[in-house]
Design a protein around this ligand. Structure first.
Ligand code: NAD
Length: 328
């Protein structure tokens, strides 16, 4: 049985759906702070899904969950996720992303739950000094509290796995997650500062304009380059990570992206094309802390696990995000 924290959130709900479709038993926990009850309506249709509403750092609630259910794996999505907010309210981020995670791990330690998959982030790398593909060994220098909390999470997991040999974890460092599911009626409900979500909102006439921050970067068209990964492919990476943990019993960190960079300008052009809406884009100054290029090397995850992806097509990603926006 798998305990999934953040099961009502964007990535957590879609990954839960994939696990449920593959006949895994899933226990979800979420306090619905940024998650959405409509996502739970979809998951509740599965007999193999059970949900607890509450804080994933609440020891009493966790004890209740693990004593009533035989949990073998934890997939930990729940977190606060806004880079900007983390710079304004760092303690909120350290409290939720670090202190609460320590409580979750105390329960794992106490009840011998020895397999843990963690939502880490490309934000752990900060601003790499290279325009090459980022490997798992690229130095990690987070430049905001959010990225730091993700790196601290990885360090804590590493310490625990060193101290307790049976405990293994996989940190999945997601690059830019985007789009709505192509198999589940699920997508991103919450407000977000993510480019494809914002462009889709403009395309669906939910915003009157968007900003393009900087066009003088050292990239082919001068705008920042990112590695956008479709959320279904990311969800499947968790299933493969779980199989890896089960079979190999070894801890790892894996980048999860397509190893393919797309510029901000290209994303906007594609969104305009697929929606037929020439929405307004205003030029703005560079934002501090935006690296020019962040593209994953996915060699490690593709060589060590059976992860295969099928949606590495930006038109398809943008179309799914746009159509989702029209629906909600
Ligand atoms: N979206 C991305 O591009 C991206 C990139 C890298 C990493 N991540 C990581 O992936 C994970 C999921 O992100 P998302 O985009 O789905 O965000 P999200 O906000 O949609 O999901 C987070 C979920 O966790 C829940 N939650 C937060 N704190 C909680 C608490 N204390 N107790 C119980 N539930 C709590 C929220 O209600 C929400 O449902 C996060 O850990 C995030 O840092 C996301």
């Amino acid at each position: 049985m798998i305990l999934i924290t953040g099961a009502a959130g964007y990535i957590g709900s879609i990954t839960s759906y994939h696990f449920l479709k593959n006949n895994y038993k899933v226990i979800g926990i979420d306090n619905i702070s940024t998650g959405n009850a409509r996502a739970l309506e979809v998951l509740n249709k599965f007999d193999n899904f059970k949900f607890y509403e509450g804080n994933f750092g609440n020891l009493e609630l966790l004890e209740q969950i693990v004593t009533n259910n035989k949990i073998d794996f934890v997939v930990h999505f729940a977190a606060n996720t806004s880079v900007f907010e983390s710079t304004q309210n760092p303690l909120k981020y350290h409290d939720n992303n670090v202190s609460n995670m320590i409580n979750l791990l105390k329960i794992c330690e106490k009840y011998d739950i020895n397999n843990f998959i963690f939502s880490s982030s490309a934000a752990t790398y900060g601003e790499p000094k290279t325009n090459e593909l980022i490997t798992e060994d690229t130095p990690k220098n987070p430049i905001n509290p959010y990225g730091l909390t993700k790196l601290i999470g990885e360090y804590i997991l590493n310490d625990l796995s060193n101290a307790k040999k049976e405990f293994n974890f996989i940190a999945l460092r997601y690059f830019n997650v985007a789009g709505a599911s192509l198999i589940a009626p699920l997508g991103q409900f919450s407000k977000s500062s993510l480019l494809i979500k914002i462009a889709a909102e403009c395309a669906a006439n939910k915003r009157d304009k968007m900003y393009l921050y900087g066009n003088d970067y050292n990239t082919p068209d001068g705008t920042c380059v990112r590695d956008y990964i479709h959320v279904d492919d990311l969800a499947i990476a968790h299933i493969e990570a779980l199989k890896y943990l089960k079979n190999q019993k070894t801890s790892q960190a894996f980048n999860v992206g397509y190893s393919k960079g797309t510029s901000v300008k290209e994303v906007i052009d594609i969104m305009k094309k697929i929606s037929g809406n020439d929405f307004k884009v205003e030029m703005a100054d560079r934002r501090t802390g935006d690296p020019s290029s962040l593209v994953a090397s996915n060699k490690k995850i593709t060589s060590l696990t059976d992860w295969k992806y099928s949606n590495d097509n930006l038109e398809l990603i943008c179309k799914s995000a746009y159509e989702w926006e029209l629906k909600i």
